[in-house]
Design a protein around this ligand. Structure first.
Ligand code: FAD
Length: 503
């Protein structure tokens, strides 16, 4: 690309929520000199105001931007996150964790789950929590960054943070690096009659914001990708029927857990996300089975501290845009679609779409071969995450609740059906190319929700029973020893943030 061509890179971002400011920050950081980046947002409309739990891939974004971790923790009131606890999902009174990082260790050819399944048949296996460093640390409210010794096990982590503060933090970052912000209400999206491409955003005071490529970050409104370009929507309510969330933060006692809680309720589930200054709570539910009033009542009755405001209802339809990139427009964040926050994937989907986008960085609409490829990758990524979420609902034994009976009996996507059958027949789990969730993630949810594997790979029999016992016991001992010396999460976070504070 010649310098002249590079100078014509010209982006307009519509919307300044988490998606808009992540896009702005990444463009400011990675596009060549001379690129114009403008962002339009309306304070009168505001942002969705939820979205606080992340997965470890958030480090890729923060590192790419060169953010200092301590600064980030202070600015966004973040806490550390080692996994998600699913309480009551299989049945009332039962809980398991999808913890980040490894569970157990393999031996030779096979992954750990094969030895664990064999040990289960022999009556030797304990629940997975005994073989996960992250889960053991999380349940003990412990936290450690990095490895204590080169031999120590790795403990991957993510964060809970205030998404509004994160967006403000990235706004400062972006504006310092040349992004122009326009405050105002987009009244109209102007398209070129011939090409059908977007030419400008027209604000309600008649300002015209022109650009060559537009990024739709207008949230559920999807003003550009849907309103103007009608890219279509794949509705996934048949497998993810929840369509409402009632959210309210509450006061915290300051002894925050290093994990997210997801608690099954009558017609959905409740999240609990501890931040430094408050706890984020919400009830995700299906309006066919629960009224807004009942949801608010249940939520308010199940808070750790005083509610900081009135519950705020949010309506949504699960699914995704048929084309994430259409003509000269890319949809990001809620404008691209919505999967439930069950596995904290929305912010990740913003960053992964942007990282793919940066590898092609188009001047105008983009070459159709590239756009097709981008959309195929996006479809794959979204569909596999959908499958993972659907598994949580389907594999339940909560008989008698119409909502849970419905999801237990729903028809599954063929891709998920195949994965479940592979597990059931021989404990086999295969992570497909570029799929977000790893074998260990699938393993924890399949086993945690009580989906039984009828058999295991016979190669697991190559270990003698004593060797198998030693494999399990050694793993558990190493994990306990590691966790015993870890500091408590809350004091660790406070002291870590204080290091290198500007005087
Ligand atoms: P928004 O925050 O809605 O921002 C939209 C922007 O567009 C705003 O700046 C608004 O002012 C602007 N805008 C809209 N219309 C106009 C107009 N006409 N003129 C000018 N500006 C306009 N994600 C996670 O990763 N983890 C979670 O735990 C998580 N939990 C969630 C829970 C719920 C219930 C929901 C609904 C979402 C959750 N998410 C979560 C998703 C997360 O909130 C979003 O992905 C993220 O905040 C991005 O939102 P956004 O920027 O796309 O949209």
């Amino acid at each position: 690309m010649s310098l002249k061509d590079q100078q014509s890179l010209d982006f307009v971002i519509a919307g300044g929520g988490t998606a808009g400011w992540i896009a702005a920050a990444l463009l400011a950081r990675f596009s060549p000199p001379g690129t114009r980046v403008q962002l339009v947002e309306s304070e009168a409309i505001g942002t969705v105001g939820v979205g606080e739990a992340t997965i470890p891939q958030i480090h890729l974004l923060n590192n790419a931007l060169g953010l200092d971790e301590r600064d980030f923790l202070r600015e966004t009131k973040a806490t550390f996150k080692l996994g998600i606890e699913f309480d009551g999902w299989q049945r009332e009174g039962h809980a398991y964790m999808h913890a980040f990082g490894q569970v157990g260790r393999g031996a030779g050819l096979l992954p750990f789950q094969q030895y664990w399944l064999r040990a289960q048949q022999l009556g030797l296996a304990k629940p997975l929590k005994h073989y996960s460093l992250n889960e053991t640390a999380a349940r003990g409210l412990k936290m450690q960054r990095g490895r204590r010794t080169p031999q120590s096990l790795e403990m991957p982590y993510a964060y809970h943070f205030d998404a509004g503060l994160y967006a403000s933090y990235l706004r400062r970052y972006s504006e310092l690096r040349g992004v122009t912000r326009h405050e105002g209400m987009i009244a109209r999206v102007e398209c070129d009659g011939e090409s059908g491409e977007i030419a400008a955003l027209v604000l309600d005071d008649d300002r015209r914001i022109e650009g060559r490529f537009f990024i739709d970050c207008t949230g559920f409104r999807a003003l550009l990708i849907d309103g103007a370009l009608e890219a279509g929507f794949d509705d996934w309510s048949n497998v993810l029927p929840c369509n409402r969330a009632m959210a309210v933060p509450c006061a915290t006692g300051g002894d925050f857990t290093p994990y997210t809680c997801s608690i099954a309720r009558k017609a959905g589930w409740q999240w609990r996300i501890p931040l430094q200054h408050r706890i984020g709570n919400g009830y995700v539910y299906c309006s066919d089975h629960l009224s807004d009033e009942e949801a608010a009542e249940t939520l308010l009755a199940n808070l750790d501290g005083k509610a900081l405001g009135d519950p705020k209802p949010i309506k949504f339809t699960t699914g995704k845009r048929r084309k994430h990139w259409h003509r000269n427009c890319l949809a990001l964040g809620l404008a691209a679609g919505f999967l439930e926050p069950l596995e904290s994937t929305s912010i990740h989907l913003i960053q992964s779409a942007m990282s793919r986008f940066l590898t092609v960085l188009p001047k105008g609409a983009g070459d159709p071969a590239i756009v097709d490829h981008f959309n195929t990758q996006a479809d794959f990524e979204w569909e596999r995450i959908r499958d993972f979420l659907v598994l949580h609902y389907w594999a339940n034994e909560r008989e008698g609740d119409p909502f849970w009976d419905g999801v237990r009996n729903m028809e599954l996507p063929a891709t998920l059906q195949r994965k479940i059958e592979q597990w059931q027949s021989a404990g086999f789990i295969h992570r497909e190319h570029e799929e977000l969730f790893t074998e260990v993630g699938w393993f924890q949810v399949l086993a945690g929700q009580g989906v039984e594997a009828r058999s295991y790979n016979p190669a697991a029999d190559s270990l003698s029973e004593d060797e198998l016992k030693a494999l399990l016991a050694d793993t558990e001992t190493a994990i306990s020893a590691e966790v015993r010396q870890m500091p408590d999460h809350a004091p660790f976070l406070r002291s870590y943030m204080m290091q290198n504070m500007p005087q």
